[in-house]
Design a protein around this ligand. Structure first.
Ligand code: SF4
Ligand code: SF4
Length: 179
């Protein structure tokens, strides 16, 4: 049995938000069908590099209130946001998994994200405007003559465990709509 993508994504994405908040991706490239002027007028902070327009994650249009995630410009969001479905969404909509199982995977991933964030706070990393992977890389790049601590090793392990779960359960092989 298959389930409507929009009804599943309404529930799962509200509990997740990881393809908007900098956990899964660093940035999102605009597509031909996108209007940079219109997206900028909605408040999206666009950048341009080598002729390609993009915006960084965490996305400034992402909101998380009371544990529920949403997109401020949902009806007018960029093409790649509209077209992206993670493995969990696809598995539920085509009947290979259940919504309960997908929610459990999301909970597990969010718990691993929280573990990484907690360890970063303990090592003193404070740059919430970058993707999680960038933040961890920065936190693990120490000044010369500075020794790694147990916390740095724990952070590296926690990030490795999170990335393994994201690759296995969320990212789509061969498709990197946001990277
Ligand atoms: S990673 Fe999947 S479940 Fe999470 S918000 Fe994105 S599309 Fe929705
Ligand atoms: S525009 Fe909306 S859907 Fe796209 S990354 Fe930002 S919050 Fe997510």
């Amino acid at each position: 049995m298959t389930t409507s993508l929009s009804s599943v994504s309404a529930r799962l994405c509200a509990a997740c938000g990881m393809c908007c908040d900098g956990v899964l991706f660093h940035s999102v490239e605009l597509q031909k069908e996108d209007s940079p002027r219109q997206l900028a007028s909605l408040g999206l902070k666009l950048r341009r590099k080598k002729g390609v327009e993009f915006f960084l994650q965490p996305c400034s249009m992402h909101r998380e209130i009371g544990g529920s995630c949403s997109c401020v410009i949902y009806d007018q969001r960029p093409a790649r946001c509209r077209l992206f479905s993670c493995k969990q969404l696809l598995a539920v909509t085509d009947g290979r998994s259940t919504e309960a199982a997908a929610l459990e995977n999301i909970r597990t991933a969010r718990a691993r994200v929280n573990r990484v964030l907690s360890l970063m706070a303990q090592v003193g990393e404070t740059n919430p405007n970058r993707s999680l992977a960038h933040r961890v890389a920065n936190a693990l790049t120490l000044p010369p003559n500075t020794e790694r601590t147990l916390l740095h090793n724990q952070l590296e392990t926690a990030m490795r465990e999170l990335e393994a779960l994201l690759d296995q359960e969320f990212r789509i092989d061969g498709i990197t709509p946001r990277h």
